[in-house]
Design a protein around this ligand. Structure first.
Ligand code: GDP
Length: 218
């Protein structure tokens, strides 16, 4: 999939204030500082599209990015940041829950987990919570450039094992690095998987026309 354009198209603090649900949508959610903004920037090749913050818990909004004028990537607020007040956390839970249960066009939720860590209770509880919304889920193990290959493999296996031990199903799992770009293709494959047929055709068509421009030296 070729990213021809990526635009910030608005934000919201509740389901009601979201932009019109007229596109296929993919949401990204995870603990604060898990690398969500970096991953969105890396996927779209637009540095600075989603803010990369050094202050965990800063993004409290639902942010929308429209890709190729065809589908949206949605940045949901991070969870689990202790310094955020209880009322702010509650606001996040309500807004995220409303969005996850009610948003039309939402095809898949990418749940981000820091690949450096062994399974964390908070992430497992979060997974159990998000599963209740009956959406397609993909687990994304972020920052895969940081642990050793061996550690990365073990952490992913242990997370899957912990899901099973808690009676939870193991969804599709991918690992990625916003830094090296590893795993981007696997994420695009999941995006492609849920794109409606006519949108897949539109993306393909645009690819062909840009290939044609290349042939005439543009
Ligand atoms: P967010 O709070 O989940 O949006 O996380 P950010 O994208 O702001 O990233 C948090 C920190 O982790 C920043 O310092 C990033 O530079 C760093 N980071 C994010 N992704 C990666 C990655 O794939 N590899 C490495 N080495 N660092 C990363």
């Amino acid at each position: 999939m070729k990213i021809l354009s990526a635009k910030y198209t608005g934000n919201a603090t509740s389901l009601e204030s979201c932009p019109p649900a007229n596109k296929t949508e993919y949401a990204f959610i995870g603990r604060s500082n898990v690398g969500k903004s970096s991953l969105i920037n890396s996927l779209t090749n637009f540095n600075g599209l989603a803010k990369v913050s050094t202050t965990p818990g800063k993004t409290r909004m639902i942010n929308f990015f429209t890709i190729n004028d065809h589908f949206n990537l949605v940045d949901l607020p991070g969870y689990g940041y202790a310094k955020v007040s209880r009322s702010e956390n509650k606001e996040f839970n309500v807004a995220a829950a409303d969005y996850l249960s009610g948003r039309e066009g939402l095809k898949c939720v990418f749940v981000l987990i820091d690949s450096r860590r062994e399974p964390q209770d908070l992430d497992l509880q979060f997974f159990a919570w998000i599963r209740e919304f009956d959406r397609n889920l993909v687990l994304v193990f972020t920052k895969s450039d940081l642990p050793s290959k061996e550690k990365l493999k073990t952490n992913i296996e242990q997370f899957q094992e912990a899901l099973r031990a808690n009676g939870l199903p193991v969804p599709k799992c991918v690992s990625c690095s916003a830094k090296s770009g590893a795993g981007k293709m696997a994420i695009f494959e999941q995006i492609q998987r849920f794109l409606p047929k006519q949108e897949k055709a539109a993306v393909k068509k645009k690819k062909t026309s840009s290939a044609w421009l290349k042939n005439i030296g543009m």
